[in-house]
Design a protein around this ligand. Structure first.
Ligand code: URA
Length: 240
């Protein structure tokens, strides 16, 4: 017997967190009975229906690394009809992005239909490192560089980067090129870090995710993750 949210995530329907939401919102039926309890246990003989869709327990797990272009939403559909990242990937499976890059952010994005895998990558306690390169307005003072390195408080929580570097400065254009590595996954976190010290971001790209990078992939291109890469990412799960 396994927990219902885990079985839904394993089926590839959505992430474990999303499955928990759907259960508490009353969108999940087990053997034609509505289930809203998160602890409910099910087994392989049970028929699970989520938002009217009967789960197929034998879907093939897929893992992609996309070099996201600007102008795409990190979602599987958009009610305003904007382009979504899954439009870029040729698959029949219900894959979804692991975490979010903003509409105007480019770079490395992982997509999958493996809910357990997505959960490992998104769980804050696994502290997966993500590196971003940004063009920011202005030239940072020594104090501001220390401020970032020592950590700034965003919405009540301190963010201390693992690494921070000013890559170059353009005094004429009054812009700087910086790179920052964080384990945080909150929405708009990098933009908020630089806004908090009054150096807003003009351009943002994610160059690295754990040991992965986007080298060799043009904007909008993608590749499969190798079995070895998937296993190495799964191994980043910390024992709790
Ligand atoms: N932080 C941001 O501000 N935007 C992103 O797209 C990713 C991280």
């Amino acid at each position: 017997m396994e927990r219902l949210q885990k079985v839904i995530a394993n089926s590839g329907y959505c992430s474990r967190r999303k499955a928990e939401e759907l259960i508490t919102q009353g969108k999940v039926y087990v053997n034609e009975e509505l289930v809203t309890e998160l602890g409910t246990k099910v087994d392989s003989k049970d028929t699970i229906v989520v938002e009217g869709v009967t789960l197929n327990k034998n879907v093939k797990k897929e893992y992609y690394l996309l070099n996201k272009p600007r102008g795409y939403i990190c979602s599987v559909s958009d009610e305003k009809g904007r382009k979504v990242v899954t439009d870029l990937i040729d698959t029949k499976e219900r894959i979804y992005p692991v975490g979010r890059l903003d509409y105007d952010t480019t770079g490395l994005l992982i997509l999958t239909n493996d809910g357990e895998f997505a959960n490992i990558l998104m769980h804050p306690s696994n502290e997966i490192e993500k590196t971003y390169v940004a063009i920011i307005e202005g030239i940072l003072t020594t104090e501001e560089i220390y401020q970032i390195k020592n950590g700034v408080i965003i919405d009540g929580i301190k963010v201390v980067p693992k690494r921070f570097k000013v890559r170059s400065k353009d005094e004429e254009k009054n812009k700087s090129n910086v790179s920052i590595t964080i384990v945080e996954g909150r929405n708009h976190i990098v933009k908020k870090i630089f806004e908090s010290i009054h150096h807003p971001i003009n351009k943002l790209t994610r160059t690295n995710y754990a040991f992965l990078d986007v080298k060799g992939l043009q904007s909008g291109d993608y590749r499969y993750l190798s079995l070895d890469e998937v296993n190495r990412l799964k191994a980043l799960k910390k024992k709790r």
